[in-house]
Design a protein around this ligand. Structure first.
Ligand code: ZN
Length: 280
């Protein structure tokens, strides 16, 4: 897996009017030599036709009842952002959408302050993929980097897909130290062409799935069903099913970007079926 280093992903989308922010859940735990705090960016709403386009009426009703608004037919898809401390590094994985996407997200900066995390102390930003709810928060409302002292990492395939190919650089030397920091990327392409999940070594392991598994019910009970925002559905299904199977077999702890806060759980097999059990 190779990375390119970028100045930033900048969104050309004009900011919406400023919105009030509210405190959200945060949740901390130790994982081997990593100290992890899950900080919320709020939530986005996603139509049930996107979340479970192939779901039965019963399954769709259950998803809406447990993770959404049944009257509106909308799933409330949380945005759980891991902040990982290891020695002198403070690493954030994806950074929400700032004030540019939906009115119910863009809460990260306020919630970091609530958690006592200084934006200037973040040393590394790792992007799993370049969808708006993961990267549009790169710049603040006045056009400055939200994490001004960080080095930014994005998968080369993801970068190539979204940006000018001529901008590509070789792997930065910082990546070696970064890899030694026990992070490795799991290729979960399909949701986007270069989508990555991340695995932290140490302890019993933790896989930051990002959007390889977007819904705690649909993605586990029916990993081979289509998800409406997957760019390459067949590849997404293959990688999602492999990831869920492996997680259920290894019982590796999982952290999902869009699951009910704080999005930490374990895949459990019951006969043929797999379900996600929350850890909180
Ligand atoms: Zn997402």
């Amino acid at each position: 897996m190779s990375y390119v280093q970028t100045e930033a992903f900048a969104s050309a989308t004009a900011p919406l009017a400023s919105r009030p922010v509210s405190a959200q859940n945060n949740y901390s735990f130790i994982q081997g030599e990593f100290e992890i705090t899950v900080v919320s960016d709020g939530f986005i709403t996603v139509p049930i036709d996107i979340v479970a386009p192939e779901g039965s009426p019963e399954q769709r009703a259950e998803i809406l009842r447990r993770t959404g608004n049944p009257d509106a037919g909308l799933v409330e898809s949380k945005t759980n952002i891991p902040v990982i401390r290891r020695k002198n590094d403070l690493i954030i994985v994806d950074i929400g959408s700032g004030n540019k996407y939906q009115p119910s997200d863009g809460r990260l900066s306020a919630n970091l302050i609530t958690c006592g995390i200084d934006a200037g102390a973040i040393t590394k930003v790792v992007f799993t993929h370049a969808h708006p709810d993961h990267v549009w928060g790169t710049l603040t409302e006045d056009g400055r980097l939200r994490f001004p002292n960080a080095t930014y990492y994005v998968g080369a395939a993801e970068w190539d897909y979204w940006m000018d190919p001529d901008y590509r650089n070789n792997m930065p030397s910082e990546l070696h130290e970064f890899a030694e920091g026990a992070q490795r990327a799991i290729d979960t392409a399909g949701h986007t062409p270069g989508h990555l999940s991340l695995e932290l070594a140490g302890g019993e392991g933790l896989i930051i799935t990002a959007d390889a598994a977007t819904n705690e019910i649909a993605s586990f009970q029916h990993p081979k069903a289509r998800f409406g925002y997957d760019t390459i559905p067949d590849l997404a299904i293959k990688n999602r099913a492999r990831l869920i199977e492996r997680a259920a077999f290894d019982r590796t702890k999982l952290l999902g970007y869009h699951w009910t806060c704080p999005g930490v759980g374990v895949a459990e097999r019951d006969g043929h079926d797999i379900a996600m059990s929350r850890c909180d």
